[in-house]
Write a new protein. Structure first.
Length: 396
């Protein structure tokens, strides 16, 4: 008798993205600790909570002191509202086709909507009429990012159009900084100056605007004078400060797999496509069933280490050869006690506390930042690249 095994059953996949909500809660508390009492924290949970699960991240951040939620797409914001998360929610990225269908439901649910053009304003106004509910809008001002937002010279015009429609209410004005991760870049001060001037014009046109927000994680950690009424925290929630900071954060996602095979090879054995690695001594190689289809960046090939949990403790092992679609090879060393089935930590936190290696030396847990540096990218991309084919497991 045979028992069918569903191909996508996560119980039969060796790879795991283990999410620790307590880390998100901890990180939120750490960041709220640097805010003044009048400044609220918006938890940014776009991109499925940066790969951590949108609802998991949202609930954990709210427990840590967040009082707002932000999601790029209206459908995501609507899902947050329908999950019973009774806090203000902001959404900001939509186009006419989906807006016509989703925005009325979003506004009916009381979600705030950002606008950065007259067309966007009209879409929101039409949706508010369809919902028969006044929409709360955040006027986004493009101060130099060059993406969404109204150019400063048209702020008055957009503000006038908003206040001329009974179905619209201006709740806030905001902007996004393009270089806050480099505190020495003068662009941040230029953008703030541009925003303040445009905000003053907006208030002259429409009267007092209740809220203004400028800072994401980087400016929140380095420029307290820019906190204003609200800060938008994304990558910081998940444990990765984009700037040097005394605020201690914990990675909230740990990517693991298990050793598929261990074999002994002689010196001068080649490894991987293009034979880019050659062993310099007899050694033991470990095959891991995870690769770039699962989210590992191919550009990081040969530049990272992983932790293998052997019977006698953790050991560091360098990844060697080219990262393949669904597998990588690590050099375990000639004396390694690793064997097939051993757990491997690609990056994140060791789930049951870090043990010393087999020689009693302290080990450093690889992080998404390490993989980002090796691959020439940023932790944001590493975290959001972890494929949906990797089952998520929520700790606790």
């Amino acid at each position: 008798m045979t028992v069918p095994i569903p191909a996508e059953d996560p119980r039969h996949v060796p790879n795991r993205a283990v999410i620790d909500p307590s880390a998100i809660t901890y990180n939120t508390r750490q960041i709220t600790g640097v805010l003044e009492e009048q400044t609220a924290l918006m938890a940014i949970v776009k991109a499925d909570g940066y790969g951590h699960g949108m609802l998991t991240a949202a609930r954990a951040a709210l427990e840590g002191g967040a009082t707002w939620l932000g999601a790029a797409h209206p459908a995501s914001a609507l899902a947050l509202s329908r999950a019973g998360l009774d806090v203000p929610i902001l959404t900001w990225l939509f186009e006419p086709s989906t807006a016509q269908v989703v925005l009325p439901e979003v506004i009916k649910a009381g979600v705030d909507v950002s606008v950065g053009s007259e067309l966007m304003l009209r879409m929101v106004a039409d949706a508010a009429r369809a919902a028969d509910r006044r929409a709360r809008v955040h006027i986004k001002i493009d101060t130099g990012m060059g993406r969404g937002g109204v150019v400063p010279s048209r702020v008055r015009e957009l503000g006038h159009a908003a206040t001329s429609d009974d179905y619209l209410s201006i709740a806030a004005a905001w902007t996004h900084l393009s270089a806050a991760d480099d505190p020495s870049d003068p662009m941040t001060d230029q953008q703030v100056e541009t925003f303040d001037a445009a905000f003053a014009q907006l208030c002259e046109e429409v009267g007092p605007v209740p809220l203004q927000h400028i800072s994401a994680t980087a400016a929140t950690l380095t420029r307290p004078e820019l906190h204003r009424d609200l800060v938008r925290i994304g990558i910081g929630l998940y444990g990765y400060p984009p700037v040097p900071s005394p605020v201690r954060l914990r990675p909230a996602l740990t990517l693991t797999t298990r050793v598929a095979m261990v074999k002994e090879v002689p010196a001068r054995s080649t490894v991987g496509y293009g034979h880019i690695h050659t062993t310099d001594q007899p050694t033991r190689l470990g095959l891991l069933p995870i690769g770039y289809a699962d989210g590992l960046h191919r550009a990081a090939s040969g530049k990272v280490e992983v932790l293998v949990r052997t019977r006698s403790g953790y050991q560091a092992a360098r990844q060697v050869g080219r990262i393949s679609m669904d597998q990588i090879v690590v050099d375990l060393g000639p004396e390694s006690r690793a064997q097939a089935g051993d757990e491997v930590v690609l990056f994140g936190e060791v789930l049951d506390g870090l043990l010393p290696d087999e020689e009693g030396r302290a080990l450093t847990v690889p992080t998404a930042a390490d993989w980002a540096e090796a691959g020439g990218t940023i932790p944001y991309e590493v975290l959001t690249s972890v494929s949906a084919s990797v089952p998520r497991q929520v700790k606790g």
